[in-house]
Design a protein around this ligand. Structure first.
Ligand code: SAM
Length: 221
């Protein structure tokens, strides 16, 4: 059965190569204990986010969709001295668990968890004249993906790196009627990645513990 083999390989790669530390394992465990859905990125993807933050030299990171802070911890671990991460979360309970996990990881001073609908938080960041973000990770309500991409451009700068998770969605991008809540937003975001003159991007398909999916990587032009 291919899915079981994908997961077995992912587990092997996580243990042999990625090796999440105890603070990351703690974040996953506390989320489960709190009854939160296990929809954090896979460890292999979390490590990729950390490496991309480091390779892009990002000092300011914006995340849309915190959950329990698993991907937040990965990215914050990639920040240089003086770096900063702002993460947007709608549910107060998720934000509370994430803050505790970030504190446990010794990263609380680098990360601001902002509670509320991300579209409001992003507008507030713009109103406050926030310094441009160097790296943006989009992983929240998929119907707003095109708006989040637009905000990533507006709150970024030429050269800002943008990662968007869940861009294949078990192939539903070819038939959005399979998931009328999430697929249309993903399809619109894909169209934007291909056609918006402010973006240059690609999408990589993935398989593993999170099923058949993929992520986009784009550069703001
Ligand atoms: N990035 C996290 C990780 O990999 O560890 C996973 C994020 S989870 C897939 C999506 C999160 O986005 C959930 O915690 C959900 O409550 C939050 N969310 C959903 N709609 C939102 C909105 N409109 N604004 C902000 N957060 C939202």
């Amino acid at each position: 059965q291919p899915t079981a083999r994908w997961i077995a390989v992912e587990d092997f790669l996580s243990e042999a190569v990625v090796r999440p530390d105890s603070t990351l394992n703690h974040a996953v465990a506390t989320a489960l204990e709190a009854g939160m859905p296990p929809i954090e990125v896979a460890p292999t993807a979390g490590k990729l986010l950390k490496l991309l933050v480091q390779l892009s030299g990002a000092r300011r990171v914006l995340e849309i969709g915190t959950l329990a802070g698993f991907s937040t911890i990965w990215m914050a671990q990639g920040l240089p001295d003086g770096g900063r991460l702002v993460t947007c979360e709608y549910l107060p309970k998720h934000a509370e668990v994430a803050r505790a996990n970030l504190a446990f990881a010794g990263l609380g001073h680098l990360v601001e968890v902002r509670v509320g609908a991300a579209l409001d938080t992003l507008q507030a960041l713009a109103d406050e004249g926030a310094e441009p973000f160097d790296f943006v990770f989009i992983d929240a309500d998929k119907e707003n993906n095109p708006h989040y991409l637009d905000w990533a451009i507006r709150l970024g700068r030429p050269g800002t790196a943008v990662v968007v998770d869940n861009m294949v969605w078990e192939g539903a991008v070819l038939d959005p009627s399979l998931d009328t809540v999430n697929a249309p937003g993903i399809v619109s975001a894909l169209k934007m990645l291909g056609e918006d003159p402010r973006l240059d991007g690609t999408v990589i398909q993935t398989v593993g513990s999170k099923g058949w999916d993929g992520f986009a990587l784009a550069r703001v032009l």
